[in-house]
Design a protein around this ligand. Structure first.
Ligand SMILES: Cc1cc2nc3c(=O)[nH]c(=O)nc-3n(C[C@H](O)[C@H](O)[C@H](O)COP(=O)(O)O)c2cc1C
Length: 286
């Protein structure tokens, strides 16, 4: 069924090999306990070149069942997902979402939607005004639910040998995306996800991450005097990894600055507060 699974990378078939690939350092001792689920998660890499082969029957339903199995605040399940297979629709979404060609190429696009509209229906049926619907925390809760669901689906899809890449660029023009997907008021496509079998001619690699001690704090947050040196070393790793994959040389710090120190890089996302209000979200109820 699949052409790329964890087991098809013999060199990456153990937790320790995956640690080495992720961090570029020797794994800790004693060795990490083996787990097929953790191995699959650690083997993740975004895929941006897909074969046209359709997903096998049942895989979408299995992925959504995995998504619905994620924890959800107060069991509110404040999310929905729109599965788009139609080629022309995917091409239009690609155009709206930063002209990213892989959206049109991959056989399936999933739009992960923070959805307060269903909760509103429950309120209406019981004649309740639902002031909590307009609280910022309810919106945040819905976005968290959506992200957890999406990531469970991603893990399930990767376990079937499929590749995925998230698409945050659906928030470049959130209202146009909502219209394309027919979303009701108070529903925001938080992120998209292109899904398909990875194109064997464009293999992808595991992307290095910050050293674990930079993100893992024990008992209390540690200001970490070593952080600048850690980040400088990580910058070099990222630069070397990109060079080895024929990508333009760029360090992690340079990528962060290109994104956060440059309003043009937001591609319209700076207007998200206005767009959210226009889409029926208020976010100001105390
Ligand atoms: C919320 C979110 C939005 C993303 N949006 C995009 C996107 O629009 N285009 C893209 O090519 N990659 C996108 N990505 C993928 C990230 O660039 C990728 O996860 C990151 O560079 C780490 O690489 P890896 O997933 O291969 O480990 C997104 C990832 C997340 C979590």
């Amino acid at each position: 069924m699949s052409d790329v699974t964890v087991s098809s990378f013999p060199a990456l078939s153990s937790m320790n090999a995956l640690w080495q690939a992720r961090y570029g350092t020797r794994p800790p001792t004693p060795p990490l306990p083996e787990s097929p689920v953790a191995r699959s998660l650690m083997a993740h890499r975004s895929v941006r070149a897909f074969s046209p082969t359709a997903l096998p029957e049942g895989v979408l339903e299995a992925a959504v069942a995995a998504a619905q199995s994620a924890s959800t605040a107060c069991n509110m399940q404040a999310w929905s997902v729109v599965a788009v297979q139609d080629e022309q629709k995917r091409a239009r979404i690609a155009e709206l979402a930063g002209e990213q060609a892989f959206i049109a190429q991959a056989p399936l696009f999933l739009a992960w939607v923070a959805d307060l509209s269903r909760l509103e229906q429950v309120g209406r049926a019981q004649d309740c005004a639902l002031p909590g619907r307009d609280m910022l925390d309810t919106f945040v809760t819905s976005v968290i639910d959506t992200a957890l669901a999406a990531q469970n689906a991603a893990a399930a899809l990767e376990s079937y040998g499929l590749g995925i890449v998230y698409v945050g660029a659906v928030r470049n023009q959130p209202e146009a995306i909502a219209t394309e997907l027919g979303l009701p008021p108070r529903a925001l496509a938080v992120c998209g996800m292109s899904v398909g079998y990875p194109d064997r001619n464009h293999p992808t690699s595991i992307r290095p991450r910050l050293p674990q001690h930079v993100v893992l704090h024990r008992e209390r947050y540690d200001a970490q005097p070593s952080a600048p040196a850690d980040i400088a070393a990580y910058d070099e790793r990222v630069r070397a990894a990109r060079a080895s994959q024929d990508q333009p040389a760029r360090s992690w710090s340079e990528s962060v600055l290109a994104r956060l120190d440059n309003a043009a890089a937001l591609h319209g996302r700076e207007h998200l507060p206005q767009a959210l209000r226009a889409m029926g979200f208020r976010l100001d109820q105390a």
